[in-house]
Design a protein around this ligand. Structure first.
Ligand code: HC1
Ligand code: SF4
Length: 567
């Protein structure tokens, strides 16, 4: 065993990658902007400085812990240095905390407060730069950038997109797409990972709150909501609940009190998606069609495939995502069901994701020129709207979702975690291929958190070779082999966000490193509590087929539930 000393305490060195991790591991929250455990070490913000006997002052993120080191994290000099670094950042910051959407969860604000900074002696040096609001998903505000580079490394190292980079030199350095272009002009897929890792308000989800309020206030409109799977296990974090706590009932109550007329569940449409996608999969498998079949519910992944793998678009399932299946079915059936004029029906999605905002604007997903989904707000935006109303979320009595589109099986709920779509598909494929009902615990091995997970499902005589991927950089690793014809997978699940939708960029900002795992755990717990686990058993999905769609893969199902991709 090896030991070192930190602030007079003897500490064992285990497998920590750097001194910063070790220090944080013993409960000292050293500040950083540019350190992120899933990204390469950049060492630029210098806030994590420590004093090591014999070495002097170094950044702990780029120092390897060694036997016998004597480390101090808190000295007069270190404290002064941190304050100067913070003041320099603040002097180049627009300081509009009152109006910033990140207020309350901004690390610069938090640290300025923590270090008791009361004045910025250098004067406010910043000259306002224009915002980039060119796309439907995220806003880039260079005035709030602290040049930590987290967004640049996340986009490059995790997503393999490289849509943004440092540009300019010295005092003119900033982060932007190449050649000063806007995000809508480069290969950005709107995954929002840059916003998730941004410690300040420099990249944030684009809000649609005001538009939704004005529809709610319009007496002629009937406003319905669909709630995505991952929202229910995260929104509570904005009201003091632990990550992963399932708050669906309170969520329904709050949304109703806000003035929505009906509250439905995207998981209903996820059940529907499983039937269509599994049908497509089994058909391709039996007719020698194009395999592997690649999932299509993540809009950032779909845009990525269109841009970087156009030759594999034939492998991507033609199924619309659950969000868009919901929109199409709701437009077709709800006016009559609710007795409302079609033009007065407003459909709002509540999603954990920024790319869903973009997906809803795609031309493919509109009927007679009107988008099937009118507005997409994120979990964060919903939480802010609830806060605006003053409703005390934790005191609410849980309410039930509205029928029919509020009914779902556990399969439609687990979609929000990486591996969820695959597991749901197997629950239906199992029955299709064997003619027997399988237990819902048959395919739990697809669960996990690794970026690439292989799984072989043996169902009767058939073996299905699957791979579950999250993070687009991981997708690239798998797809390169598919492109070269070197892969023998039958099925590939791709989610752009590491961990799947539970960690989407629209989820509440969390400083809990385990939030992702806890939220996924919440979805699996919710599945367990559901009465039904197999999507094919959803009585309202069955009814939708018998009344509107015929059967999975029918002409009517294709019209409403499938799509084509842009090459
Ligand atoms: Fe997702 Fe999906 S699971 S993509 O992660 O297929 O956003 O939650 O709503 O559409 O159902 C997101 C989540 C979501 C869709 C479903
Ligand atoms: Fe990169 Fe995703 Fe951010 Fe676009 S949204 S810049 S692809 S990380």
């Amino acid at each position: 065993k090896q030991y070192l000393t930190i602030d007079n305490r003897k500490v064992e060195i285990k497998d920590q990658r750097n001194l910063l991790e070790l220090i944080r591991g013993i409960g000292i929250d050293l500040p950083t902007f540019c350190y992120h455990s899933e990204l390469s070490v950049y060492g630029a913000c210098r806030l994590c400085v420590v004093d090591i006997e014999g070495m002097g002052i170094v950044t702990s993120c780029s120092t390897t812990p060694k036997e016998g080191m004597v480390v101090r994290t808190n000295t007069a000099e270190l404290r002064e240095m941190r304050k100067v670094y913070l003041k320099l950042l603040l002097a180049n910051h627009d300081q509009s905390c009152y109006t910033c959407s990140k207020s309350g969860s901004c690390r610069l604000q938090d640290l300025a407060n923590r270090f008791g900074i009361q004045e910025i002696p250098f004067g406010n040096e910043y000259k306002p730069k224009p915002l980039d609001e060119s796309n439907p998903a995220i806003i880039r505000d260079p005035n709030k950038c602290v040049l930590c580079g987290d967004c640049v490394r996340a986009c490059d190292e995790i997503q393999g997109v490289g849509a943004i980079d440092f540009t300019g030199r010295g005092a003119h350095t900033c982060v932007s797409p190449a050649f000063g272009k806007d995000l809508c002009e480069v290969e950005c897929v709107y995954c929002g990972l840059c916003a998730s890792v941004c410690p300040t308000g420099a990249i944030t989800p684009k809000p649609d709150i005001d538009k939704v309020w004005s529809e709610i206030y319009d007496p002629d409109k009937v406003v319905v909501a669909q709630i995505a799977p991952a929202v229910r296990v995260a929104v509570g974090e904005m009201f003091g609940f632990e990550a992963g706590e399932v708050t669906t009932g309170r969520l329904v109550a709050a949304i109703k009190m806000m003035g929505f007329d009906q509250v439905y569940d995207t998981s209903f449409a996820a059940d529907l998606t499983v039937l269509e996608e599994t049908n497509e999969f089994i058909q391709r498998k039996s007719d020698g069609g194009k395999l592997p079949l690649i999932t299509s519910c993540c809009p950032a992944w779909v845009k990525y495939a269109e841009q970087f793998y156009p030759e594999l678009l034939g492998n991507v399932s033609s199924c619309r995502s659950p969000q868009q299946m919901f929109g199409a079915v709701a437009r077709k059936t709800l006016p009559e069901y609710l007795g409302v004029k079609p033009e007065n029906l407003v459909i709002v999605s509540i999603m954990p994701c920024t790319a869903k905002k973009f997906e809803a604007t795609r031309e493919e997903f509109s009927t007679d020129g009107r988008p099937d989904v009118d507005y997409v707000i994120t979990t964060q935006e919903l939480g802010r709207m609830i806060k605006e109303t003053g409703v005390r979320f934790s005191d609410l009595e849980p309410e039930s979702l509205d029928m029919p589109m509020g009914f779902k099986t556990g399969a439609g709920v687990i979609f929000g975690a990486t591996g969820g779509v695959s597991e749901a598909v197997l629950r239906y494929a199992g029955e299709r291929l064997t003619g027997e009902k399988l237990s819902d615990s048959d395919f739990h091995e697809v669960r996990g958190s690794e970026g690439i997970r292989e799984y072989e499902a043996v169902i009767g005589e058939t073996t299905l070779k699957m791979v579950i991927v999250n993070g687009l950089g991981n997708a690239r690793k798998v797809l390169e082999d598919v492109r070269k014809g070197k892969s023998d997978y039958d099925f590939i699940e791709v989610m752009a966000c590491p961990g799947g939708c539970v960690a989407g960029a629209g989820q509440p900002v969390s400083w809990d490193a385990d939030a992702r795992t806890k939220r996924a755990g919440g979805l699996y717990k919710s599945d367990k509590r559901h009465q039904l686990h197999n999507p094919q058993d959803n009585p309202y999905v069955q009814k939708t087929y018998s009344e509107t769609l015929g059967e999975p893969g029918s002409h009517a199902a294709h019209e409403l539930l499938h799509t084509k991709y842009r090459n």
